[in-house]
Design a protein around this ligand. Structure first.
Ligand SMILES: Nc1nc2c(ncn2[C@@H]2O[C@H](COP(=O)(O)OP(=O)(O)OP(=O)(O)O)[C@@H](O)[C@H]2O)c(=O)[nH]1
Ligand SMILES: [Mg+2]
Length: 322
């Protein structure tokens, strides 16, 4: 193994950054990183934070970082930024980084752009989680931007999802997007230092009992005063211990997610590379009634299969030269 990669897996900051960039951007280092990472994953507790903008996700994560470090845990953080052409998209990560640094802790924080394309956000974030896990982080926090599909993606990626609510922002329980309440394992009512927090707590306690299965715990927190943060971490650590799979099974599950997303990306790349004439011919077979849609899809997959990645493309998948 190259020495920088060895160092990355020991948690050395600069090398870890290089390893993360490799899997995020699919550089020529990616195959070596992935090969080194998967035999080591499966130990970290992965926690996603979702909730309305301004609920205090970043501030609460920063408070949880301090608490986790106090417990002797090493911490990795992923802030998924909207890929805004205006901000350039590293706003959230910067905020957590500043807050984490203010607490004087050695914490690895990484911002990822939420690229809107298939396999973009979810596959890159899950590979980054895996690199942080392999590098020995005990806990990995992920902040979602709370738009579109990101809640679902976060809940697939994380062992536990915390829904962060706060009073006074028009995010009454009935305003929370359908499915988000059901998806969360823990409800955190943040800004508990504000008087209106009690009403949000009561609403969420009522909603928790409507959820199928066990009612998610409702924890009142104040990222500002630190109230309830240790309680939230206790709840997370206990819930993780209760649902944690053996490391070997977790390792296979995580590698499966990566293989699936890599295969989807590669297939998508090949399908978009297919020659228009060939595509048009397949379309004609459906239009003329010679083939069904299902049959045509099958043919597209078969033709795409025959395409190999061009030599100049940097592909995670090691391909035979055509
Ligand atoms: N009073 C009070 N204010 C808080 C608390 N936690 C966060 N805030 C404030 O709420 C505002 C939003 O906090 P953020 O942590 O940026 O919220 P966020 O959910 O990460 O916001 P986005 O990333 O934009 O979605 C900031 O001004 C915080 O200082 C708290 O516990 N009490
Ligand atoms: Mg934030």
């Amino acid at each position: 193994m190259q020495s920088w990669l060895h160092q990355a897996l020991q948690g050395h900051r600069a090398s870890l950054g290089r390893a993360i960039t490799a899997v995020e951007e699919n550089t020529s280092d990616a195959p070596a990183v992935l090969a080194a990472v998967y035999p080591l994953v499966g130990r970290a507790m992965v926690v996603g934070f979702t909730g309305a903008p301004g609920a205090g996700k970043s501030t609460l994560i920063a408070a949880c970082i301090a608490d986790a470090v106090g417990r002797g845990m090493s911490v990795g953080v992923i802030a998924v930024d909207p890929s805004s052409p205006v901000s350039g998209g590293s706003v959230l990560g910067d905020r957590i980084r500043m807050l984490a640094m203010a607490s004087g802790k050695d914490v690895y924080v990484r911002s990822l752009a939420a690229r809107g394309h298939l396999g973009g956000l979810s596959s890159a974030s899950s590979r980054v989680v895996d690199v942080l896990d392999a590098a020995g982080k005990d806990v990995i926090f992920i902040e979602s931007v709370g738009v579109g599909q990101s809640e679902t993606e976060i809940s697939q990626l994380a062992h536990l999802t915390v829904l962060v609510c706060a009073p006074g922002m028009g995010d009454d329980v009935q305003m929370i997007k359908a499915g988000v309440l059901e998806m969360a394992d823990v409800y955190a009512v943040n800004k508990a230092d504000l008087p209106e927090a009690q009403r949000v707590i009561r609403q969420l306690q009522a909603a928790a009992h409507l959820a199928p299965g066990a009612a998610p715990p409702v924890v009142a927190t104040s990222a500002a005063t630190g109230e309830g943060v240790a309680k939230l971490m206790d709840v997370l650590v206990a819930a993780h211990a209760a649902k944690k799979a053996p490391v070997e099974l977790e390792r296979v599950r995580r590698m499966r997610l990566t293989l699936q997303s890599m295969a989807v990306q590669e297939m998508q790349r090949r399908v978009t590379k297919m020659d228009d004439t060939q595509m048009d011919r397949i379309c004609q077979t459906v239009l003329s009634g010679q083939a069904s849609f299902v049959g045509a899809v099958q043919e597209v997959l078969e033709r795409a299969q025959e395409l190999t990645p061009p030599a100049e493309s940097v592909s995670i998948i090691q391909s035979k030269p055509s």
